[in-house]
Design a protein around this ligand. Structure first.
Ligand SMILES: [Mg+2]
Length: 290
């Protein structure tokens, strides 16, 4: 992304007719602090230029600036210039998937404000998909393998390791007055539809309906999981006998204490947890209906 920064910077200046204040992230978590302090500044909007990890952190900074201390303060609107590899947030929100298209919308003045929901879990805000089970364990294993391998190495290694070793676990899910107890491959909870690089895990999710969607992947075998993984990209897991969906403003999940919980792919804790929706949490600059 930094390679492209001079061009992005030049176009930003031309589009808004002013020199923007710019901060570069220097470590994981840094964008939370940067966004939080920027939100207290004299800005109408804030552009997050990066991938899904950056957007997750900027949303946490904005939401903390807005909601901490139990108040509701005004915060700048968020413009996302998608410059990551997955760009699942942009896909879920119907935003451009390329830097160039994002900048073109800004240049054409074709952006409008849309208040989109965030989720909250284990003290963290999230803006797309979180959950428990196979995907959370892959995320935790990726962290364990850490930085010893370059690029996508740790993730790919973690994915294969968990495909071989992960065991479905019995969990209790409480939502909307219902209580389900079953063995699951995973429970995905979110406001957005796409995660893990374009998998449409929550095909019916609406990011601005004030509700969380959940996909419960039941007691699937290893082969069944592999087959299903290929179908999720197109939402083809809908109608599968071992897959169910629900929608609620709060979703509690309890189960074995060793199970991790992720939020936008970041490991945030272990069971038990409560996911809740924060309606209209983020003022997002959006191209509107196409
Ligand atoms: Mg929703």
């Amino acid at each position: 992304m930094r390679r492209r920064w001079p061009e992005i910077h030049r176009r930003l200046v031309a589009a808004v007719g002013a020199e923007p204040d710019v901060w570069f992230t220097e470590a994981p978590g840094h964008a939370v602090d940067l966004a939080r302090s920027a939100a207290a500044g004299p800005y109408d909007w804030l552009a997050a230029c990066g991938g899904d990890g950056t957007v997750h952190e900027v949303v946490n900074g904005l939401c903390r600036a807005r909601f901490d201390d139990g108040r509701d303060r005004a915060v700048p609107s968020l413009l996302v210039i998608p410059a990551g590899t997955g760009n699942d947030f942009a896909r879920s929100q119907g935003l451009p998937l390329k830097v160039d298209e994002g900048l073109q919308l800004l240049e054409a003045g074709r952006l409008q404000l849309r208040w989109v929901d965030a989720g909250h879990v284990a003290g963290r805000y999230f803006i797309n998909v979180g959950g428990v089970g196979f995907d959370a364990e892959v995320a935790a294993e990726t962290n364990r393998i850490g930085k010893r391998l370059p690029g996508a190495g740790p993730y790919v290694l973690a994915l294969f390791k968990k495909l071989l070793t992960y065991r479905n676990e019995r969990v209790v899910i409480e939502a909307g007055g219902r209580r389900l107890e079953q063995k699951v491959l995973l429970v995905a909870v979110g406001t957005g539809r796409y995660y893990a690089g374009g998998m449409m895990i929550l095909p019916q999710a609406d990011p601005a309906d004030g509700l969380l969607d959940a996909c419960i992947g039941g007691d699937l075998s290893r082969l069944g999981t592999l087959v299903l993984l290929t179908r999720i990209f197109s939402g083809g897991h809908q109608g599968h006998p071992k897959i169910s969906f629900l929608r609620a403003d709060r979703i509690r999940i309890d189960g074995p204490r060793h199970l991790h919980v992720h939020a936008d792919g970041e490991v945030v804790g272990r069971l038990p947890v409560e996911f809740r929706v924060v309606p209209g949490a983020v003022p997002l600059l959006h191209p509107g209906p196409q």
